[in-house]
Design a protein around this ligand. Sequence first.
Ligand code: G
Ligand code: G
Ligand code: MN
Length: 505
Amino acid sequence: MNKYFKAMCTVATFSGISIIGFVGAWWHTAKMTEQETLRTLNQSVQSVEVILGHAAKAAMHAQLYREKPCAESALTDLRKIVAETPDVRSVSLMRRNIIYCSSVFGQSPSPSDPGQYAEGRLLLMNGNKVTPYRSILVFRDADKQGNGVLVGIDGYYIFSILKNLRFRNEVFFNIDNQFMNENGKVFNNSALGKTLSQESSKFGFSIDTLKLSAKDIVKSIPLHVLLIIVTSAFLLSFLMHKYLLLRDSVEYRLRRAMVSGEIYPVIQPIVEAKTDRLLGGEVLLRWTTSKGIAITPDQFIPVAESSGLIKQLTSLAFEQVRNYAIKLDVSLQDDLTIFFNVSSANFSDNLLLEQCIITSDALRNKNIFVGIEITERILIEESNITSDITGKLISNGIRIALDDFGTGNANYSYVKQFRPEFLKIDKAFTRNVDSDLVSGIVVRNMISLAREIDCMIIAEGVEEDEQRNILSEMGVDYIQGFLISRPVSLVDFFQALKKYKNNTR
Ligand code: G
Ligand code: G
Ligand code: MN
């Protein structure tokens, strides 16, 4: 995956999380402030309802004087009602929609238009003769003929309630699209824009406020919420980046490759140097990706070894070879040894031993024996566990070969530790055996060592007849290499075996 794509994914994650988080916070804040606003408006509605309740009470008392003459005693009583009822500023009597008696003006008849009253009950006015700069709310309690009572409430009581809300946006007291703002100004305007409104269920009014603009909502998102959003976006994009890097790692791909069947064993024949008689073969793992790209064992075996995946890889090799060989329809006449490569990690528990025994048991009736090639890329420490495993391997008839002999530095101690049956000479020596004096000497030394400890020698990487002849003369027992065969599929290997068997009959 390329670097820019990774960076893009990371940035996309960051922006994605930020946007989602921000929209979420925005939506939540908008909802919360809206609910909060409505709750507060509702409290104001209740306060205004209390005031109107007083007006209704004053009106009820004044109804006693309804259609009575506007005598001095009646006027006194009306003024008494005004004095005794909170919030009420005036009480007037009305006959056929003519105000004929008022606690403020006495007997000074003036008409009153019932059509101006919302639902015939409430009217907002911008002040009157007495208080021209002060708005007034009139509560009307009259019958269809226009006989009844009007109660005046000082607008101040209403707009001070609005003022106390201290909202960010303007607040209005609204009676049928007649508004009073928090400064007490009364006006008509049906185009206020989007409002939040809380209505009174008792009296036909509402208290409204303009909805918060998007900008205001953004401003009311708490800072710590924004911080949390940015931090989590940062964290998640960091994790995303890590994940993308991980996906690219050999270890991660190796895990998936094992499951998806991209890793499979091939096998390379080993024959007797002098006669061509088949000893068996070495199992080598191959990784071909779904795109057809071959990843060499040099690239993935070391990773598998350091990550512990090598145990599963070894098991995979054992299982696949076993499952294939078990289905062979004929048993082979000649003994055949199949060698599996193992590393130090395979000696940390009993899994290798189990695999060897299961495979050896399953293939015994086919005359197939199990061998292991021990490599020393990572040193195998001598311990009770390894010597215990080694002992059990040998007693179960598992054949042991030391791989890449001559390359490392633990070769001789390994001989003591693993009591091998075979030593495999690394291709680095066989390659030059015909030209390089030192390689020749090394090979000779190995052969004499092998004789002394009763080991057989397998030379690997034999590519030319010349090499084969020299090695054979020196006393190498078995050879392996492109001269004989490249590593081949299990199918090809066992198919060739059948032919081989028929030919030698
Ligand atoms: O043939 P090839 O180039 O694939 O082998 C490269 C190296 O990979 C060799 O050293 C061989 O030992 C190692 N290798 C191949 N298959 C296995 C395996 O199943 N287990 C271990 N431990 N090594 C393997
Ligand atoms: O390290 P080990 O011996 O397990 O691995 C054997 C390796 O040698 C494998 O990678 C295998 O493909 C490779 N190989 C086998 N025969 C030849 C050969 O004749 N020439 C070369 N160059 N490599 C070989
Ligand atoms: Mn090997």
